[in-house]
Design a protein around this ligand. Sequence first.
Ligand code: HEC
Length: 364
Amino acid sequence: MRKRSIAGQSLLLVAVASSAFAAERSGEDVYAAACAACHGSDGRGASPAQTGLSLEPLDFTDCLLTNREPDQDWRAVIAEGGPARGFHRMMPAFGEVLSEAEQEAVLGYVRGFCTEPAYPRGDLNFPRPLVTEKAFVEDEFVLSTAVATRSPRNVASKLVYEQRFLRRQQFEVIVPFGVAKMADGSREAGIGDVAVGAKSALFASVDTGSILSVAGEVALPTGNKDKGFGKGVVVLEPFLAFGQALPADFFLHLQAGAEIPIKEASDVETEGFLRGALGTSLTSGKFGRTFSPMVEAFAARELASDAPTFLDIVPQLQVSLSRRQHILANLGASIPTLRREGRFARVLFYLLWDWYDGGFFEGW
Ligand code: HEC
């Protein structure tokens, strides 16, 4: 087949599309007329040999690949073309040639190519708070840091790696590290208690906007306890995490669990915790940068009788940095509110990379 230039092909499509859509069409009709030439009538992507394109579009029937994408990202790509989310400009913009209703209809049709409902949908992937763990299963690297606002200004960081497996499962590895002031006034850097964990979504529904997961972590005593980098004993952390979409782009995260040392240690008690975050997402323009202000609260209490409850409030702002929205940053402050003696505010920060969505330097 003779190769056409990409620009020529897009123009042709736009011409076909604009004459064909005088009246509103169903998602199936729109797809057949405007998308199937490149994406294939079965959604698997027409081969480069057929389209003359140098890039093969993604396979819409691959649920693991497509279900993670929130509708809003696909709306952006359909309306404004690939570059709206840092993808290739071979994916044309349809905002001018399809009505809003047709864009929604074709989005719904494209969603139908994945016929396996067990994969949690990206619309349940609410912005990640600084402390509360999400119910959604992820493929992410997160580097987070807490800096004490008062002397000795210890810095506690951790690198979290998360990877999905099966349909709704995820494992993770957490490597804490930090810099702490020693009794003699010197500063020392060290690795803390490395933890591994797994999570499984029990329930996920875009209709109700809810997701519930069960998870467990095991923290190993790899840190030097004498220098304050670890607990010196294996600690199990089972928890439940719940996420709920609310009206007006608000969302809620809840997490409840416990930290249980597996053998008696005089200074490590079983601790119960409850965490939650309420936030909303705002975008600049229709499909631009996303800002997600959140207020988070977390409480912890040793389960021994009459132990005090600690409570911190964490106002924060998450911002998407890349166009693809796969690199995000969050900055906030953890403010002690109950049992404040000896506890001070900390500045919290993370940088998050959703590595499945593309390389760190792709999609800007
Ligand atoms: C000229 C060929 C072409 C046409 C026509 C086309 N697409 Fe695409 N589309 C692509 C290519 C190529 C990509 C992959 C871009 C990349 O990976 O950088 C893509 C990507 C996408 C994506 C995925 C973005 C992501 O998250 O990976 C969606 C959704 C999409 N197209 C929907 C549509 C819909 C709906 C239509 C019809 C209204 C359509 N496309 C028409 C070529 C096309």
